[in-house]
Write a protein that binds this ligand. Structure first.
Ligand SMILES: Nc1ncnc2c1ncn2[C@@H]1O[C@H](COP(=O)(O)OP(=O)(O)OP(=O)(O)O)[C@@H](O)[C@H]1O
Ligand code: SF4
Ligand SMILES: [Mg+2]
Length: 329
């Protein structure tokens, strides 16, 4: 029996930029999320993390001559090509979204309680009194000391951490199967960030929802996610159990990222942006312009290689690397 909730295969996005150049910010992404799993997506700025997340939600920005290809299957249903009202069923009911800046997702003119009640009534069809009761219970489950004050407050009256708590409550209000969190703690200080991560983990465990957690912060991803995807220039470069990817990285890009920050050890710190390099020619390994160990084969895109971990008696753990160095020459 398959437990795959989300299966993304060969996801590619192309558009024409304002200079008339054809661009491909997503170039064949493969990501899978199982039921109840917490999965991380790491990558430096511009690697395509948000565009991947927004593709799953049908919320891509308007882009000139855009083509989205490949496959995004949620609970076996293909999302690419879905039309307007079908997205309403997916968003909120099956997939919820927690963005980095909660103000973008909250209505500034409505009190928190009214927003929570509206979401519950609209998406779940519960009665007004049922929605108030459930909304209050959700807020109380967010470790909020004074839920009455928050219930009656406008979003601007709350701190960033409190607004993010409200958004998490809203995300889980409709019992989604998948929660996509795009840098939800980046703007918060470290203590609040830790509290928010704990709440996210607890709500996911209570509800059985899966979480796709996008971040450039390896420490946060190591803390929260069982599996990790490392993206670079619209491609997944390495994937596998988080600790294995971080402690035994195989891809030159992942290794370079980890080696750049020796003082923060293997698990620490935000992803630095590596030195600039020439953009990769079409069809080549996306990292070729910055890779110190490239060879002739790198003019073609490398296939995935499964890595057998040392400590599991050769059982494939799902640790995979897209690099020619892993292939027999
Ligand atoms: N609305 C847009 N119009 C044009 N280009 C865009 C747009 N949104 C994203 N891009 C481009 O697509 C690429 C991937 O963007 P994306 O926002 O997915 O990166 P990201 O990994 O989320 O980065 P960050 O860590 O900075 O949030 C970038 O090169 C970006 O410039
Ligand atoms: S495939 Fe080649 S260019 Fe790409 S990371 Fe591996 S060695 Fe470097
Ligand atoms: Mg982003």
């Amino acid at each position: 029996m398959t437990t795959e909730l989300l299966v993304i295969e060969g996801l590619s996005l192309e558009f024409t930029d304002r200079n008339g150049e054809r661009r491909r910010p997503l170039a064949g992404i493969d990501i899978q999320v199982s039921t109840g799993e917490l999965v991380g997506v790491a990558g430096e700025s511009g690697s395509g993390k948000s565009l991947t997340a927004l593709s799953i939600l049908g919320l891509l920005p308007p882009l000139r001559d855009m083509t989205l290809s490949g496959s995004i299957r949620l609970l076996g249903r293909e999302l690419i090509g879905l039309e307007g009202s079908a997205w309403q069923e997916v968003r909120g009911r099956q997939v919820a979204y927690i963005p980095q800046e909660p103000m973008n997702a909250l209505n500034p003119t409505m009190r928190v309680g009214a927003q929570l009640t509206a979401v519950l009534r609209h998406r779940q069809g519960v009665s007004k009194s049922g929605a108030v009761q459930r909304g209050r219970a959700l807020l109380e489950s967010m470790s909020i000391r004074d839920p009455d004050r928050v219930w009656n407050a406008y979003p601007f009256e709350l701190s960033g951490g409190m607004r993010q708590r409200v958004l998490i409550a809203m995300a889980f209000a409709c019992e989604p199967r998948l929660v996509i969190a795009d840098e939800p703690t980046t703007a918060l200080d470290v203590t609040v960030q830790a509290q928010i991560l704990t709440l996210l983990r607890e709500r996911a465990a209570d509800s059985g929802a899966s979480v796709l957690f996008v971040s450039h912060d390896l420490a946060v991803l190591a803390e929260l996610c069982r599996r990790l995807y490392v993206m670079y220039a619209g491609c997944v470069m390495e994937a596998g159990p988080t600790m294995e990817v971080l402690d035994a990285a195989r891809h030159p890009y992942t290794r370079a990222l980890l080696e750049c920050r020796p003082t923060i050890a293997r698990r620490g710190g935000a992803l630095p942006v590596l030195r600039a390099g020439a953009p990769a020619p079409a069809g080549a390994c996306a990292f070729v312009g910055r890779c110190a160990v490239a060879d002739r084969r790198c003019a073609d895109r490398p296939p995935w290689t499964d890595i057998a971990p040392r400590d599991l008696g050769g059982t494939v753990s799902g640790h995979r690397v897209a690099c020619w160095l892993e292939q027999q020459a």
